[in-house]
Design a protein around this ligand. Structure first.
Ligand SMILES: [Zn+2]
Length: 61
C-alpha cells in the first residue's frame, strides 16, 4: 500500500522530524502539530503549505 512521507529537513529545517500517513489528509495534521510544538508555527500559511506539500513524497512501502 502506498504511503506519504514528510521530512522536516526537506523544507530546510534543521530538524529530524519525520511523519507518514496513508493519505496527505492524514499527514497534514501531524505536520501542523509538529510545526506548532517544535517550531512555534501557529498557523501554516499558504506559502508554507505549498512548501510542505511539495516535500511530501509518495512511497510504495
Ligand atoms: Zn521540524
Amino acid at each position: 500500500m502506498a504511503s506519504y512521507k514528510f521530512k522536516c529537513r526537506d523544507i530546510g529545517m534543521d530538524c529530524d522530524f519525520k511523519a507518514s500517513g496513508k493519505t496527505v489528509d492524514e499527514l497534514m495534521p501531524k505536520i501542523a502539530e509538529h510545526a506548532k510544538n517544535a517550531h512555534h508555527i501557529e498557523q501554516i500559511d499558504d506559502n508554507l503549505k505549498q512548501k510542505v506539500q511539495s516535500a511530501i513524497k509518495k512511497s510504495m512501502f
